[in-house]
Design a protein around this ligand. Sequence first.
Ligand SMILES: Cc1ncc(COP(=O)(O)O)c(C=O)c1O
Length: 342
Amino acid sequence: MHTAISMLSRIPKISLAHLPTPLEEAPRMAEKIGVSKLYIKRDDLTGLACGGNKARKLEYDFGEIVNGGYDVVITAGGIQSNHARMTAAACRKLGLDIKLVLGGPDFTLLKGNLLLDGLFGAEIRYLIDDDANDSLTVAMKKWAVELSARGRKPYIIPIGGSTGLGALGYVQAMQEIAEQFGNGNVQIIVGVGSCGTFAGSLLGTKMFMPQSRVIGISVSRTAPAIAVRTGELIREEEELLQYHSGVNAIAIECYDEYFTEYGVMTQAGKQAIDDCALLEGILLDPIYTGKVMAGLTGLVQTKRIDPAVPVIFIHTGGTPIIFSFEEDLGKSVNITKIKTGL
Ligand SMILES: Cc1ncc(COP(=O)(O)O)c(C=O)c1O
């Protein structure tokens, strides 16, 4: 274990995120949900143009990119990828070139993260009506070959930044939470997409908060698929840290009943966004954190969370996505247009 901690501190990384992020108590949401104590780990405040979990992963990825002398970064994701936006911001901060392969439904207006990608001057190749991981990966590899042929040195960050290396960002995040919260009995809620945040949190709690229970809530994959991918990522992290954690992929706790389709807002997610905004002044988003908060609420209602044990909700960001859902989210906005003097 001590070797793993010292290995973690020796793996090269570039400082990109505003750390440590606050761990804030959310008493009104706790009451609403029905738990004794709820804390929100504000990783929506990590920086890189509107924050999010990816900043922690990118610190390790860019450690490798800068040390390796790469001059252009290629990454990929869906139309509203937070990872793509934050990678573009990181490239500009470090003076590197950025190419994005994005995919999904066709669009007319640049909104949310896509607008920000554009402001960062990312060159974007857009696969209309296809955001399958395999198609995006093929397009990234093709672009890397083209760039290399022109004398450039491209580095591909896989979709979501979820590699063993990137996941170390969440091993380090658990060290940060242990310093803020102490090593008590706590239930940690993590949203799961490409699994890196979850894999890092599971390994990090083994190392720094062994009494805690980590619970994943899926926004896109089935629970069995998450167990397989998370298990692979944990093995990669363990190799980097030369540490055998004993985390068993089969025993990973993850729920996949709180999303319908990736990218589509649910009614319960919308309710969670409204509640968190009205009760705590904190923004959640329709694709990730809203669903994860709805999942936490559902797990309390179905008695799968112990209400007496404190809960830490990892706020993984996603704020710009709100600005691509203005039609759905704007329905309840109460505005009366008046004229001067009335
Ligand atoms: C806001 C937000 N939350 C959660 C996740 C899921 O993280 P991961 O892909 O590491 O599972 C993502 C990934 O894109 C995200 O953007």
